[in-house]
Design a protein. Sequence first.
Length: 68
Amino acid sequence: MNFAERLKQLRLTKHIGQKEIAGHFGMTPRAWRFYESGKREPNISLLIAIADYFNVSIDYLVGRKNYF
């Protein structure tokens, strides 16, 4: 599973909409959709913030490990 797929899976597991999660990170829903579709990748500081938010490791988030 790649980053975009994991990102969407984590969001859906928490039952959070794209608009809500985008607002949490101070971005537009469109920007968040780009991450979930694989059209863009976050910078390192946002990647860390996303991993912290979902309480997972960066390795899990980017698909290097299959466990949190």
